[in-house]
Design a protein around this ligand. Structure first.
Ligand code: FAD
Ligand code: AMP
Length: 476
């Protein structure tokens, strides 16, 4: 007999596993199919985010930042350390341990919520039937559900000009597992992933060259923040070459020769390792039988409406494989929304308040509209800025780089965007998210008491600055 569920989720990344847990919390009989295998061929829940994305990258960024701080900053605090050495295999082992523990944690959450887990590959058939090929089983099985949530995630885009060899030319996953620090490291793509990986290996001692096809640096960020951060990254030794399109690569004598084109012609570069970080595409090539009739858009993105419903009734798509930015928290929020809709509640995701974070140093974080966007749409706005150099806490911590910038509607004073660059901005941006979710004005933030001395005060001062009232800014 075909096993029948209220909900089947394909994919146990941050979109799928969160959807499955919320469905189970709401009393729905739920199953989840996931085909991720760790490097030792064991099923590992958590998808890209947990296995080769958000978590391992942040674990390594943390280790590399500590190393760099110990070398560069400890002496300023009077801490004298005779010699500092980096043990790359210990750093990697720590990262792997974190990944394993968190992945096993999802298994425990599944068990405690009564979610049936199928480890293997799922495929959508007509009429909400799912064919499952479990690992280690010869026979496929078919299960069915009243509702299906597709959360298959995404994979790195290949570049014909730089075919991966898994050793010298790797994608972002490979770059999280180098066994030694490459002397000279090339990265194709100066997007979020390229910058994080570049920063991490730079701190550990690599010379890093980023080749970016676009003329503009970080076009998704606020122009001013992009400009300022470009200066900071260059000062750290990241060699960012814009308008540099990689056209060919060749492995020779255990190094990689790269040809790229810029405004003046074809240029050459040679590196010890090359990371291809040119974006990601949805995992939808073998997700669905043709007869099921799922509509895909360009690049294999699953077509959905604002409630993540596909063209097939009762079939939803969330996370990287559906619309919107490829961010873990965006997928998780969609998972919760869809679970609640299936359970008969009304729910929605506010796509206007998705936080974006780049975990470099300085950290870059923003939410809402950029200044260039407000200009292009002719929206009247006022700006309030506050530099961390004027923050007592930033000074005491020894990191005064960057600023907070608040953009508020010139007529209603409602906050339209907040842009940050500096210490702990990945955490500070949540305050802007809360403010914007409640439709706050800059005046609302200005009226709130913040603890002193904290970095958070910079957000309040920036809100005060919208009306020219920042206390700790020299009057111009
Ligand atoms: P995924 O996490 O990709 O999970 C999908 C799962 O479905 C996988 O386990 C996959 O194997 C499985 N699957 C696919 N097809 C099938 C099938 N047919 N049958 C069974 N299983 C299937 N985002 C952030 O928000 N913050 C960050 O700091 C961040 N850092 C990142 C760093 C790196 C290096 C990378 C690569 C990504 C990073 N991301 C970050 C992006 C984030 O990882 C993704 O947005 C997120 O993982 C998407 O979640 P998802 O659930 O949609 O898909
Ligand atoms: P993201 O989409 O944020 O992951 O960034 C990927 C970046 O890779 C984009 O900024 C692209 O412009 C860049 N890119 C894509 N193809 C090439 C190429 N052939 N050479 C250099 N950069 C590229």
């Amino acid at each position: 007999m075909t096993e029948q569920y209220d909900v089947i989720v394909i994919g146990a990344g941050p979109a799928g596993y969160v959807a499955a847990i919320r469905c189970a919390q709401l009393g729905l009989k739920t199953a989840c199919v996931d085909d991720w295998l760790s490097s030792n061929d064991k099923p590992s829940l958590g998808g890209t985010c947990l296995n080769v994305g958000c978590i391992p990258s942040k674990a390594l960024l943390e280790s590399s930042a500590l190393y760099a701080n110990a070398r560069q900053d400890f002496a300023k605090h009077g801490i004298v350390v005779p010699s500092i050495k980096m043990d790359i295999s210990a750093m990697m082992a720590r990262k792997d341990k974190i990944v394993n523990e968190l992945s096993q944690g999802i298994g425990i959450l599944f068990k405690s919520n009564g979610i049936t887990l199928y480890s293997g590959r799922g495929k959508l058939l007509p009429d909400k039937h799912i064919e499952i090929k479990e690992f280690g089983e010869e026979e496929k099985r078919t299960v069915s559900a009243d509702n299906v949530i597709l959360a298959p995630g995404s994979s790195p885009i290949d570049l014909k000009a730089a075919p991966l060899d898994g050793h010298l030319i790797v994608d972002s996953s490979g770059a999280l597992g180098f066994s030694e620090v490459p002397a000279r490291l090339g990265i194709i793509g100066a997007g979020v992933i390229g910058l994080e990986l570049g920063s991490m290996w730079r701190r550990l001692g690599s010379e890093v060259v980023l080749l970016e096809a676009q003329e503009k640096f970080l076009p998704i960020a606020d122009d001013q923040i992009a400009r300022e951060s470009h200066k900071q990254f260059s000062a750290q030794g990241l060699d960012i070459r814009l308008n540099a399109r990689v056209v060919a690569c060749e492995v020779k004598n255990n190094r990689v020769n790269i040809d790229y084109e810029d405004a003046t012609g074809t240029q050459h570069e040679t590196v010890d390792k090359l990371i291809v970080a040119v974006g990601r595409r949805p995992n939808t090539s073998d997700l669905c039988a043709e007869e099921a009739g799922l509509t895909l858009e360009e690049w294999g993105v699953i077509h959905v409406d604002a409630q993540c419903m596909t063209n097939l009734p009762g079939v939803y798509a969330i996370g990287d494989a559906s619309h919107g930015p490829m961010l873990a928290h965006k997928g998780s929020e969609e998972g919760v929304m869809v679970a609640e809709i299936i359970a008969g509640h009304s729910a929605q995701v506010n796509y206007d308040t998705i936080p974006n974070v780049i975990y470099t140093e300085p950290e870059i974080a923003w939410i809402g509209k950029t200044e260039q966007r407000l200009k292009s749409t002719g929206t009247p706005y006022r700006v309030g800025k506050f530099p961390f150099s004027a923050s007592g806490r930033a000074k005491a911590s020894g990191d005064t780089t960057g600023m907070v910038k608040v953009l508020a509607d010139a007529e209603t004073d409602r906050i339209l965007g907040v842009h940050m660059m500096g210490p702990h901005c990945s955490e500070l941006i949540a305050q802007a998210g809360i403010a914007m979710a409640f439709g706050a004005s800059s005046e609302d933030i200005a009226m709130i008491m913040f603890a002193h001395p904290t970095l958070s005060e910079a957000f309040r001062e920036a809100a005060l600055a919208v009306d020219g009232r920042a206390i700790h800014l020299v009057k111009k």
